[in-house]
Design a protein around this ligand. Structure first.
Ligand code: NDP
Ligand code: MG
Ligand code: MG
Length: 340
């Protein structure tokens, strides 16, 4: 079994003397900044003026421009959207990257696909929580944590691994377990997971199920409950105890249907296409197209986003959720709960 690191395996002393700049204060940024601060580390936030800037101030953090924060800190964590990192890095972070500092990421995309090429005399590593930012904060506050990955890309000081583990402990990831990886492995598996299973695969499966029922004349509200709402209840059981705990809880009829019909839906052809998706990630085709899409102001992204928002499953769901206010109880601080 792969080596997992937990709180007891990690000495965070080395990071305690340093200043950590959290660049960006969105889904991951607010969680890292607040968790590290609550863990007793020196944290500053670097962010452009605007909504996030105001929020970080309101949350009681020390807030600066990106450039100032990068100058003040020895450890610089970039938590900007992946597609904006290159421009902000070149203009405001690179000039402050003096020898011996640490440049840190939560996802390997920009380094792995050569968008950001750090100088040779700094440490470069990633600490990637395997969960949405708002849960990184919420679980930390409740004494738990979201598991994480770390990877060292460049070890200029000889301390990169120790610093990465200390950072992972500071955000609470080592309560759940931290696993060592490489930038290549983290980037490729993260992109594959979100495209094939977690986000892309799941939304396509849910929509296809919803449409099949509605087109057959069943009520859309019922189809929503059946194919979207109940999915969370099923996935919670999988999260708690794997496939067998979920199957233990459902009826034998449901379990028999799972066995005989599941493989008819997700058959070998689906796996073949998953391999194609993985190949496009590995050979850089996906990254190239996403970088080009951003360079041309996202014409396809915007069109698809609009069409998706207008899908019947969204309009029906919005009305039904209004009648279930308890669903959104934890949502006040959750502006964005995405897996990215
Ligand atoms: P968000 O989109 O939630 O947050 C982005 C932040 O960057 C906002 O505070 C935004 O501020 C700020 N920002 C955007 N553009 C600029 C700019 N030009 N200059 C200064 N600040 C700017 O990002 P995420 O937290 O989703 O992603 C951050 C990183 O974490 C990415 O590398 C992602 O892959 C990784 N990651 C994300 C996960 C997640 O749960 N979301 C999970 C694991 C990894 P403003 O309010 O001004 O727009
Ligand atoms: Mg991702
Ligand atoms: Mg991910």
């Amino acid at each position: 079994m792969a080596k997992m690191y937990y709180n007891g395996d990690i000495n965070e002393g080395l990071l305690k003397d340093k200043t950590i700049a959290i660049i960006g204060y969105g889904s991951q940024g607010h969680a890292h900044a607040q968790n590290l601060k609550d863990s007793g580390f020196n944290v500053v936030v670097g962010i452009r003026e605007g909504k996030s800037f105001d929020q970080a101030k309101e949350d009681g953090l020390e807030v600066y421009s990106v450039k100032e924060a990068a100058e003040k800190a020895e450890v610089i964590m970039i938590l900007l959207p992946d597609e904006r990192q290159k421009a902000v890095y070149e203009a405001e972070i690179a000039p402050a990257l003096t020898a011996g500092k640490s440049l840190v990421f939560a996802h390997g995309f920009n380094v792995h696909f050569d968008q950001i090429v750090p100088p040779a005399d700094v440490d470069v590593f990633l600490v990637a929580p395997k969960g949405p930012g708002h849960l990184v904060r919420r679980t930390y506050e409740s004494g738990a944590g979201v598991p994480g990955l770390f990877a060292v890309y460049q070890d200029a000081t000889g301390n990169a691994k120790e610093t990465a583990l200390a950072y992972a402990k500071g955000i609470g990831a080592a309560r759940a377990g931290v696993l060592e990886t490489t930038f290549k492995e983290e980037t490729e598996t993260d992109l594959f997971g979100e495209q094939a299973v977690l986000c892309g695969g799941t939304t396509a499966l849910v929509k296809a199920g919803f449409e099949t029922l509605v087109e057959a004349g069943y009520q859309p509200e019922l189809a929503y409950f059946e194919t979207l709402h109940e999915l969370k209840l099923i996935v919670d059981l999988m999260y708690e105890g794997g496939l067998s705990t979920m199957r233990y809880s459902i009826s034998d009829t449901a379990e028999w249907g799972d066995f005989v019909s599941g493989p008819r839906i997700i058959d070998a052809s689906v796996k073949d296409r998953m391999k194609e998706v993985l190949t496009d990630i590995q050979n850089g085709k996906f990254a190239k197209e996403w970088i080009e899409e951003n360079a041309t102001n996202r014409p396809k992204y915007n069109a698809i986003k609009k069409a998706e928002a207008e899908h019947q499953i969204e309009t029906v769901g919005e009305k039904l959720r209004e009648m279930m206010p308890f669903i959104n109880e934890g949502k006040k601080q959750v502006k964005k709960e995405v897996v990215t």
